[in-house]
Design a protein around this ligand. Structure first.
Ligand SMILES: Cc1ncc(COP(=O)(O)O)c(C=O)c1O
Length: 381
């Protein structure tokens, strides 16, 4: 019998557990370890949910209105034509990723991805008995995949996961590079899965959809980030028409439908842009505060935080054990962060990720605690 794949758990979960234990002891904790907005769902979405809860039987359901609204979103935002039926609603981007991979690739297939990258890419591939092909993307590549790196892989992988803006770095692939990646993938028959979960969270750089360059790409997205609806568990897979029957067979067997209540609320959230853009304005302020302060902390080498709500910083001058470092930082200051090993099994021991999806007051408080701690850490070394 073949053994189940071994996959690692998130180290950030351990840090978070410690943070909650310290909080229970009465300590003041600032949660910068997870990529989740501290704001709730848009007000109008919550009001709708309250109303619908008393009136709807909540059966298995895919909201035709939400799928039509998503199709309009792609037309307006990206100039991409998609039929409402091409959207498969899921419980967040996580099952959308499983669906995209399971319905596109076979066990043993090789799928390329950037290192550093979102931990679940590597582990979901392994759980599906596929082979992650990690491409080291350091400062010289702005921590992002490039067409040249994909073209250089020999043999060509069966697929690639593109993530822009990316987790943990926030780096964005420029439109010309996206076009070049799409061209290499077309020429080498590499199927693209594009994770666009951080769209809507950019601090100036454009974030085109991969569909503008490759209509056969599978796109995953979610209400967890820009829409600030993490716990509502709602996302989507936008599928090329030729792939739809296959993907529908998978979703019907693996997941069935997304929560009805969340679909009602998500539809309303899509028209709550003023409130949601208000959150983005807060992230932009938080980001600037961090960027101004990090050199004072001695953190001069960071990935370009073009989008999302993360800063991924090199702490190699202070440690070669990012897990121990995050624990010590949390114990001493109450500031919880994510160790780089979650995102990069090779170099992540000398990186740390800060999430700035918290309030500006919390960022200011965190910086007040971090500055003396990092100065001390530098002298201890
Ligand atoms: C890059 C990326 N993709 C997908 C997800 C999964 O998000 P969800 O399942 O909440 O939609 C996350 C969560 O942090 C992420 O960072």
């Amino acid at each position: 019998m073949r053994a189940a794949a071994e996959i690692e758990s998130f180290q950030a979960i351990g840090i978070s557990r410690l943070a909650h234990a310290l909080k229970a002891e009465g300590r003041s904790i600032i949660h910068m370890e997870f990529g989740q907005p501290s704001t709730g769902a848009p007000r109008a979405a919550i009001e709708t949910a309250h109303r619908v809860l008393d009136a709807d039987g909540m059966g298995y359901w895919e909201s035709p209105a939400l799928k039509a609204r998503l199709a309009r979103h792609y037309k307006e935002r990206y100039g991409v034509e998609a039929e409402p039926d091409q959207f498969i609603l899921t419980c967040g981007a996580s099952p959308a990723l499983v669906l995209a991979l399971a319905s596109s690739f076979s066990p043993g297939d090789r799928v390329a991805l950037a290192r550093p990258g979102y931990v679940a890419y590597r582990n979901t591939l392994k759980a599906l008995h596929m082979t992650p092909v990690e491409i080291a993307c350091g400062p010289e590549a702005r921590f992002q995949l490039t067409a040249a790196a994909l073209a250089a892989l020999d043999p060509a992988p069966d697929g690639v996961i593109v993530a822009s803006p990316a987790n943990p770095t926030g780096s964005i692939v420029a439109p010309e590079e996206m076009a070049a990646i799409a061209a290499v993938c077309r020429a080498r028959a590499i199927r693209i899965v594009s994770d666009e979960i951080y769209h809507g969270l950019s601090y100036g750089a454009p974030t085109p959809s991969m569909l503008e360059f490759e209509p056969d790409a599978l796109v995953i997205n979610s209400f967890s980030k820009y829409f600030s609806m993490v716990g509502w568990r709602l996302g989507w897979l936008l599928c090329p028409k030729a792939h739809l029957d296959r993907a529908r067979a998978y979703v019907g067997n693996l997941f069935l439908t997304a929560p009805s209540l969340s679909q009602h609320a998500g539809l309303v959230a899509m028209d709550s842009r003023d409130e949601l853009d208000g959150h983005v304005a807060v992230y932009a302020r938080n980001r600037q505060l961090l960027l101004d302060a990090l050199p004072r902390l001695g953190l001069a080498s960071i990935a370009p935080p073009d989008g999302a709500f993360y800063v991924y910083a090199d702490i190699g001058h202070l440690t070669d054990d990012s897990v121990a470092f995050c624990k010590a930082l949390l114990n001493d200051t109450g500031v919880a962060t994510a160790p780089g090993v979650d995102f990069d099994p090779v170099d992540g021991a000398r990186f740390i990720r800060f999430s700035f999806a918290v309030s500006t007051l919390e960022i200011q408080e965190a910086l007040g605690r971090l500055e003396p701690w990092f100065k001390d850490a530098a002298t201890r070394r």
